[in-house]
Design a protein around this ligand. Structure first.
Ligand SMILES: Nc1nc2c(ncn2[C@@H]2O[C@H](COP(=O)(O)OP(=O)(O)OP(=O)(O)O)[C@@H](O)[C@H]2O)c(=O)[nH]1
Ligand SMILES: [Mg+2]
Length: 370
């Protein structure tokens, strides 16, 4: 019996050999689904493997948690220290950081927890290096800063692959796919909008997970990978951006070359920084704040005036329930209703429930049982 890794390799080779067309799409879907299933199995085995993990339980704090992901010695700890005044050990050799070191960053009223972690290397998703611990922390973050240094821009492809293998999807929306298992009737597909997948591909992918009866609802377009992700069900969708560190060590020409190259491959401009020299760090904070999509909500006591001095900083898309959770752990249980003045409602003072989503600038009154 070959190992999981060998089986995955064989299937991946087969994929490379098989041209994609109408006749092969069904088979390709099945092979991709199988690879995803085996990889997930390898990842979850690696995550369960014993040993290590000491000091990795960092409690989330602040308004959002950002994590620094990069190869060893790219300057993650130096960056954490420059941004937050923390003292995470810095040294010119690999794996200086062996645990998670948190720091706190205040920017425009938002408190961002920044986590420095050990370097990530090829194979991390399957547990190589400190992969197990590192991936667990990354999966928990609200945003990822991918850090490469000017001498190793190719690391960037490896980092993206490791994140992908670990089920982390960056800068994409979760595909709108609902899978409802049924007891009979086969696989039925309901598509809202144009969908490039056909029913045979869908059946083939589901069959790989032994789902023979189900109602599938897909809103908008979706790829085979999207459907496989939905079937596997443990994917994480998180924003990320790239920073290139140590730009103090290259000349202007090389600087522009790297910037251009990464922008082309990532589809977005990287931030060109120097953690040690303090170059472009304000821009990095702004990028963090922007990418996290913070909004401000003002609390207005029942019958009183809103506190316009100290807004609550929350993530875009947060609901009244999210705010209740943040304010007090009993608020959700004792919640009766809320009133809102602002853009998220039609009438000033409109009554809303826990699932109502807030918009920047809203005033909010929460009514709880006493
Ligand atoms: N010239 C220059 N050197 C830097 C910069 N940032 C970090 N370094 C140096 O790079 C080396 C590695 O920095 P660390 O901050 O320890 O790197 P790390 O990514 O935390 O490394 P691990 O903990 O091993 O994963 C140290 O010698 C730093 O002084 C920078 O912006 N410019
Ligand atoms: Mg470090």
């Amino acid at each position: 019996m070959s190992t999981l890794e060998e089986q995955i390799k064989e299937l991946e080779d087969e994929l490379v050999r098989t041209p994609y067309n109408k006749a092969t799409s069904k088979h390709i879907g099945r092979v991709k689904a199988k690879i995803a299933r085996l990889k997930d199995e390898a990842v979850s085995r690696a995550m369960k493997a014993g040993g290590g993990g000491e000091g990795y339980a960092v409690k989330k704090s602040g308004d959002a948690t950002a994590v620094l992901v990069g190869f060893p010695s790219t300057g993650k700890s130096t960056l954490l220290n420059s941004l937050t005044g923390t003292e995470s050990a810095v040294a010119a050799y690999a794996f200086t950081t062996v645990t998670v070191v948190p720091g706190a960053l205040e920017y425009k009223g938002a408190r961002i927890q920044l986590l420095d972690i050990p370097g990530l290397i090829a194979g991390a998703a399957m547990g190589k290096g400190r992969g197990k611990e590192v991936i667990a922390v990354v999966r928990n973050a609200d945003i990822i800063i991918i850090l490469v240094d000017v001498f190793n821009e190719q690391h960037f492809d490896v980092l993206l692959k490791e994140l992908y293998d670990a089920g982390i999807r960056i800068n994409v929306e979760r595909p709108d796919i609902t899978i409802k298992k049924t007891s009979h009737g086969g696989v039925r597909l309901n598509a809202v909008g144009t969908l490039d997948l056909d029913i045979e591909e869908v059946r083939s992918i589901l069959a790989e997970s032994k789902i023979m009866n189900a109602d599938i609802l897909i809103r908008g377009n979706a790829t085979q990978e999207d459907l496989i992700d939905a079937v596997q069900g443990n994917r994480i969708y998180v924003p990320a951006f790239i920073a290139v560190n140590k730009v103090d060590l290259v000349d202007k020409e090389r600087y522009l070359e790297i910037e251009h190259d990464i922008a082309g491959r990532f589809g977005g401009m990287p931030l060109m920084i120097s953690a040690a020299a303090g170059y472009h760090l304000e821009e990095l904070k702004e990028a963090l704040y922007d990418c996290l999509g913070f909004i401000r909500v003002y609390l207005k006591p029942h019958g009183g005036e809103a506190d316009l001095e100290e807004p609550l900083i929350i993530r875009r898309g947060s609901s009244v329930g999210d705010i209740c959770n943040k304010l007090h752990r009993e608020f959700v249980q004792k919640f009766r209703y809320a009133r809102i003045w602002g853009k998220s409602v039609k009438h000033p003072g409109q009554r809303v429930g826990l699932t109502h989503r807030m918009i920047d600038g809203d005033l909010l009154t929460i009514i709880v049982e006493h």
